[in-house]
Design a protein around this ligand. Structure first.
Ligand code: FAD
Ligand code: THG
Length: 848
């Protein structure tokens, strides 16, 4: 399958090369590090008809790459970014231009000057270990050894990552460009792109001041000019360019020359939003320190107002993307620099500039093919650090139809309509700049713009004292202060450490208990809903997903959307509400994208999320609450598990679906947004005698982990097949579906594995490395040793179980009862492989 597939042609089920046009014409806009790397990766895969158009001179094109100091720190909370960075390092290490290497593996050092930062470095060391990057937290003395210029009295410790280093970004661009040219690519300098031509929803050509270039695929690798190219194509490109200060000192007296020690690691001083590297001249060996700062006010730049190359030069600018240095913004940082590196007190800044690069609302790149314009791709908001990894992924996506890495965090479709306004992008992009080095809790939302999207129950949630966090623009209650009195009825909960106590409350435990013992209302409005209708709807959905949907109206089916290699793209619930009308419960916006991409003309797909709402009514008393409100029979016999019914509750028309992500009796109740408040009030009133509570995401996440229900995007992605992810029960190999031929009988080598922490007081939060015994030593009862065996996906305290639950990707052979360790802030927390489901294995609570 190639992405050039037309609407209505379902993706291939197996081998994917048959529809691929031979070496289509690709035009890449921009010869920065991303454009050059992409040309290399495309031509390496046999797509040799590649033209790269660059407005500046190829030697120094004038974008962000031309002045990037090239620090490559690989560690990130995002596994995907870490994978991108690892590949970039590996690739750059193999590149040189006339013997000059493109990468100096000098190592990386992040400093802590506060206890909070030191704890954060332990957490980051955990990410590094989880994603296979070498690194360890080291003492102040070791920091001083690595960076003798440091004033050790301000340093508490550091994270040393020996495989990090310095990329020569321009050189690496040139090396990749030359390789691509040898394989047939063209690079044309001084060609300014002025328009994108299209026909019938596909790109056809790129227009420049030097002529028009026909194209089957166009990739915008224009860096922070992305929004300008996007506008030519009629596409919003959600990035905000911001200027960022970089300065170099004069040569340091008494440093450098013959006395230069081994090159020092790249250095971060995140507590003051600063980073440092050495600049050593080839000859003479004078040593300057380069310093970058994120400490200053955000300086957003309008990409439409950036000067063309020659005009910028004519105005004495070094290049279009480098603005004059603003001394007043630098002054406070310079004090911080001199405090950390006292020898700078005798030096001055020799040169500096305010360089521009891209920031997105969530800090992640923007990649993929536009939904509105086929053949138009974005490879935008990419750091040098991630450039080769991104280029490889985009090339795979274009050539093979899919990348080999999970890219959902980078997919351009991830932004909802409400997250694409220029003001949202500017505000969030600027905030990303401010927060770039902040210690951010995984649950911590941005403060503005909020509230953006609210459910119809918002007013009631506020009255109940909801503690809101944000997701996808939605305000989501995590618990309700109104339930605080219930905490007194619980046994005392274990004390939490400061980090896991953030965005958490013991009230969640009380809400979980109320759900298991009585009944609770959950706002499920943000759950994505699609209506799929039309004569071809059944055949289409049945071919796109793994389970059998050929059931009577009124059925609900849990089913999987796979890619052609058998990877889990999503897990869905499909309710057949009428012969030709289905309601699909989905996950990411990419689900809508994938379905609409392949839907034939007689299938109509509509995202109905915003116009509707949903309450989950769950708990042993759910039937007592709902039955009196309707004339329909809600008994187990008349309204079975995984069945749907359209009915009325009081005055409110609802679609009721009998399923529960929290593993209790009950229904998801859907209605239109206008009736949402009335629905909530009706249920609330009916539940008063039953002890009904409103319950939030915190309890929800705990209950779903007790039940072992996977969260797509966290526990499983398209990097995993259904069997290793533990959702093979939803696959019917006796029917045709996308991805079927790729599924084999071979036993999985890894498995999403449930763990229970041994100490009832211990907690972990997710993304921690897991250390397991080797299989041999497990059999011999040996102790866990060596490198991590895997990493935690989701974790939550299981309030019913009285233990913290962690799901982890681990080797398949670990049997129930095997002891493992999870590293949490540098401490090794013992846990044990458990048998799932951890709660109610006989389903007695749901099926009754
Ligand atoms: P660019 O290098 O900007 O390339 C885009 C190209 O598109 C440009 O050459 C431009 O001329 C061309 N173009 C645009 N519009 C048109 C048009 N209409 N027609 C033809 N051509 C066009 N990243 C790191 O990983 N580590 C760091 O230490 C680091 N430090 C940085 C320090 C500073 C001061 C700055 C500014 C950035 C830094 N970055 C760093 C970020 C990094 O430089 C960028 O993210 C990266 O270089 C972007 O590469 P790119 O290829 O996407 O964009
Ligand atoms: N509700 C609805 N749609 C959804 C979700 C939801 N779609 C996306 C996501 N959540 C899908 N995830 C799940 C996970 C598990 C179950 C339902 C949706 C579930 N599983 C049962 C089990 O595994 O035992 C039943 C499976 C079966 O009988 O086939 O209930 O929350 N509407």
């Amino acid at each position: 399958m190639s992405s050039t597939l037309e609407k209505g042609s379902t993706p291939a089920t197996g081998s994917t090369s048959e529809n691929r046009p031979h070496s289509p014409r690709v035009v890449v806009v921009g010869a920065g590090i991303v454009g050059c790397s992409l040309a290399d990766e495309l031509t390496a895969r046999g797509w040799t008809d590649v033209t790269v158009l660059e407005q500046g001179p190829l030697a120094t094109p004038g974008g962000s790459t031309s002045h990037a100091p090239g620090l490559v720190f690989q560690t990130s909370p995002s596994k995907t970014l870490a994978e991108f960075a690892k590949y970039t390092v590996e690739k750059f290490l193999s590149l040189d231009v006339d013997g000059v290497p493109c990468f100096h593996q000098v190592g990386g050092l992040e400093l802590a000057t506060t206890p909070e930062r030191l704890a954060e470095l332990h957490r980051r060391a955990g990410y590094a270990a989880a994603w296979g990057i070498g690194g360890e937290v080291v003492s102040t003395a070791r920091c001083k050894e690595l960076w003798p210029l440091l004033d050790e009295s301000v340093v508490l410790g550091g994270l040393h990552t020996p495989d990090d280093g310095l990329a020569r970004a321009l050189l690496a661009s040139h090396a990749q460009m030359e390789r691509a040219i040898r394989r047939g690519a063209r690079f044309l300098e001084r060609h300014t792109v002025t328009g994108i031509e299209k026909e019938d929803g596909r790109v056809t050509a790129v227009v420049t001041d030097q002529g028009t270039f026909p194209a089957d695929h166009v990739v915008s690798a224009a860096g922070f000019w992305g929004p300008v190219i996007g506008r030519m194509a009629g596409i919003d490109v959600p990035l905000q360019p911001l200027a960022h200060q970089y300065a170099k000192t004069e040569p340091l007296p008494g440093q450098g020359g013959a006395t230069t020690e081994a090159p020092k690691p790249i250095l971060r001083f995140q507590d003051r939003d600063l980073y440092f590297r050495e600049h050593t001249e080839e000859e003479g060996g004078a040593l300057r320190i380069g310093i970058g700062s994120y400490a200053h006010r955000p300086m957003p730049v309008d990409p439409f107002a950036i000067l063309p190359y020659d005009e910028a030069r004519a105005r004495n600018m070094d290049m279009p993307s480098s603005f004059p240095f603003t001394e007043e913004d630098w002054a406070p940082s310079w004090e911080d620099c001199r405090r950390l590196l006292p020898s700078l007190r005798e030096a001055e800044i020799e040169e500096g500039f305010n360089g521009v690069f891209s920031f997105t609302p969530d800090g992640m790149p923007v990649l993929g093919e536009s939904r509105q314009l086929r053949g138009f791709w974005l490879a935008e908001a990419v750091w040098v650090t991630h450039s080769a990894g991104v280029a490889r992924a985009v090339a795979e996506w274009m050539v093979d139809g899919r990348p080999s890495l999970d890219l959902h965090e980078c997919d351009l479709t991830r932004f909802e309509d409400a997250q694409r306004s220029p003001s949202y992008i500017r505000e969030r992009g600027s905030q990303q700049f401010v927060e770039v080095y902040d210690v951010i809790h995984p649950l911590q939302p941005m403060e503005r713009p909020r509230p953006l999207r609210v459910s119809p129950f918002y007013a009631r949630q506020q009255q109940l004292g909801a503690y809101f966090l944000e997701g996808g623009g939605w305000e989501r209650p995590h618990w309700y202060e109104a339930n605080a009195p219930l905490v007194d009825t619980l046994d005392a909960l274990p004390e939490r450490d400061a980090w896991s106590a953030r965005h958490w409350s013991p009230i969640a435990a009380a809400e979980a208990r109320a759900t298991r013992e009585k009944v609770a209302l959950y706002d499920m409005t943000p759950l994505r809903r699609l209506e799929v209708s039309g004569p071809g709807a059944l055949d289409f959905l049945n071919r796109m997903t793994t389970n059998n949907l050929r059931k009577k109206p009124g059925s609900v089916t849990y089913t999987l959307l796979l890619d052609e290699t058998g990877g889990v793209r999503s897990d869905l619930t499909v309710a057949r509400l009428a012969p030709d009308r289905f309601q699909v419960g989905a996950n990411s916006p990419a689900d809508l994208d994938r379905l609409t991409r392949y839907a034939p003309d007689d299938v109509h797909i509509r995202d109905i999320t915003s116009g509707t709402c949903c309450v989950g009514v769950w708990g042993p008393l759910a039937r007592d609450l709902v039955q009196p409100l309707t004339r329909d029979d809600f008994s187990h016999e008349a309204f079975g598990y995984f069945r749907a019914k359209e009915t009325y509750l009081g005055h409110v028309p609802v679609t009721a679906m009998r399923l529960s992500y929290v593993g209790e009796l009950g229904w998801e109740l859907y209605t239109t947004a206008d009736l949402g408040l009335r629905l909530w009030d009706t249920l609330w009133e009916a539940g008063q005698g039953l002890g009904v509570v409103a319950a939030g995401r915190s309890a929800f996440n705990s209950l779903r982990l007790e039940k072992g229900y996977r969260a797509w995007g966290t526990d499983m992605t398209d990097e995993h097949n259904p069997y290793e992810a533990g959702v093979g029960f939803a696959v019917r190999t006796d029917k045709e579906f996308v991805g079927r031929e790729a599924l084999t009988d071979a036993p999985p080598t890894r498995r999403l594995t449930p763990l229970l922490l041994d100490d009832p007081a211990a907690v972990v939060l997710g993304k921690e490395p897991v250390y397991a015994p080797t299989l041999d030593s497990a059999r011999a009862g040996g102790a866990p040793i060596g490198a991590p065996a895997g990493y935690v996906t989701s974790a939550s305290y299981g309030y019913t179980l009285g233990r913290c639950i962690a799901y982890a990707w681990l080797p398949a052979g670990l049997t129930t009862g095997t002891g493992v360790h999870i590293a949490y802030f540098g401490e090794k927390v013992p846990a044990t492989v458990a048998e799932e489901p951890l709660f109610d294995p006989k389903m007695t609570r749901i099926r009754r």
